[in-house]
Design a protein around this ligand. Structure first.
Ligand code: F6P
Length: 360
């Protein structure tokens, strides 16, 4: 152990609103409460592997609460157990050596499922690590919320609200495709918040005939437009998810995109109304976090700093029943939290007449 506490911080995976707010909270808490030295690693695990590090002072992290992105940079390719920079080599032992060499007492890793799985692997090799759950997708197990989700839902809701204008004025079917990967949380929440008529998520395969029925019923009932909130992972019964591209050197190489075009084409032949599609894309991940995400990020950052001070390692901080909690990394690693059929928000949507594109 070094004389004063030395703690590393990194951000892994895709960028997400609230990353800087967590960096700020972790760093300020550790400096103010524990007199720790905080070291930021650049571009996620890449910086830890390539020894790209810098000390973070209190001043360095001031003014970050509202700033989008991550001042440390990030990478969704740098897996130390399969490192793209060295032809897929396992460089995890090098990380452990480096951490010992620079006398790092602990690492706080802010990231999604990929980052938490890497953290679990490194923890098993002896690294003192604490995870902080990040992702707009809200698909990490063990926490009721990830930071970034609220901002993505807010942006998607605003987009759906705006699409209402054109839908209503031109009597069109407007389909908005949200992100979310294999989970439908963003589309579900934004769909409810915007009063969308149809919500399509990967968890429930949709039936084109059922969507046609909903649109026609609305047309015949005098509401000559339909708003569809669709997750990028939504797919028709027996069909495949729409793959935009394959990023070969990424641990999760599939990038989804284009599901709304698939549906748009399928509906075209059956409806009189014109159909338009919008893919919201990375707009959902950019810019300032909502107040909720700033608050959650700050609470997560403080909780992670407390875990380090208490030497409570091998855990991810979490929000459970509105309280800060921790969950062992082994219970989080390599898992995805999807929308259960009996989720209260599915019930709420159904109760106001929202269709999930399949009889329920
Ligand atoms: O996990 C966050 C996320 O934005 C997903 O919703 C989306 O499928 C994916 O990342 C996009 O990844 P990329 O930024 O590599 O295109």
């Amino acid at each position: 152990m070094s004389d004063s506490l030395r703690v590393g911080v990194l951000t892994g995976g895709g960028d997400c609103p609230g990353l800087n707010a967590v960096i700020r909270a972790v760093t300020k808490s550790l400096i103010l409460r524990d007199g720790a030295e905080v070291i930021g690693f650049e571009d996620g695990f890449e910086g830890l592997i390539e020894h790209r590090a810098r000390t973070l002072s209190y001043r360095d992290v001031s003014g970050l609460l509202t700033v989008g992105g991550t001042i440390l940079g990030t990478s969704n390719k740098a897996n130390p157990f399969d490192y793209f920079g060295r032809d897929g080599a396992d460089v995890s032992d090098e990380i452990l050596d480096y951490v010992r060499e620079i006398k790092l007492d602990a690492l706080v890793a802010i990231g999604g499922d990929g980052t938490m799985s890497i953290c679990h692997g490194l923890q098993e090799k002896g690294l003192n690590v604490v995870g902080v759950p990040k992702t707009i997708d809200n698909d990490l197990v063990g926490t009721d919320r990830t930071f970034g989700f609220d901002t993505a839902v807010t942006i998607a809701t605003e987009a759906l609200d705006r699409l209402h204008s054109t839908a209503q004025s031109h009597h069109r079917v407007m389909i908005l495709e949200t992100m979310g990967r294999y989970a439908g949380w963003i589309a579900l929440y934004a769909g409810i918040a915007s009063g969308s008529d149809v919500v399509l998520i990967p968890e429930f395969e949709y039936d084109v005939d059922e969507i046609v029925r909903v649109c026609r019923k609305r047309e015949q009932g005098g509401q000559r437009f339909t708003i569809i909130a669709m997750a990028e992972g939504a797919k028709p019964i027996g069909g495949e998810m729409a793959v935009l591209k394959v990023v070969e050197d990424s641990p999760d190489p599939i990038r989804l995109g284009g599901a709304c075009h698939v549906l748009g084409r399928a509906l075209e032949h059956h409806l009189d109304s014109e159909i338009r599609t919008t893919i919201l894309g990375h707009v959902q991940r950019g810019g300032t976090p909502t107040p909720y995400d700033r608050i959650l990020s700050t609470a997560f950052g403080e909780a992670a700093a407390r875990c380090v001070a208490d030497q409570n390692y091998g855990v991810m901080v979490a929000l459970q029943n509105s309280q800060m909690a921790t969950i062992p990394l082994e219970e989080v690693a390599h898992k995805t939290r999807t929308v259960p059929k009996d989720h209260e928000m599915v019930r709420a949507a159904l109760s106001v007449g929202t269709s999930f594109g399949v009889p329920m």
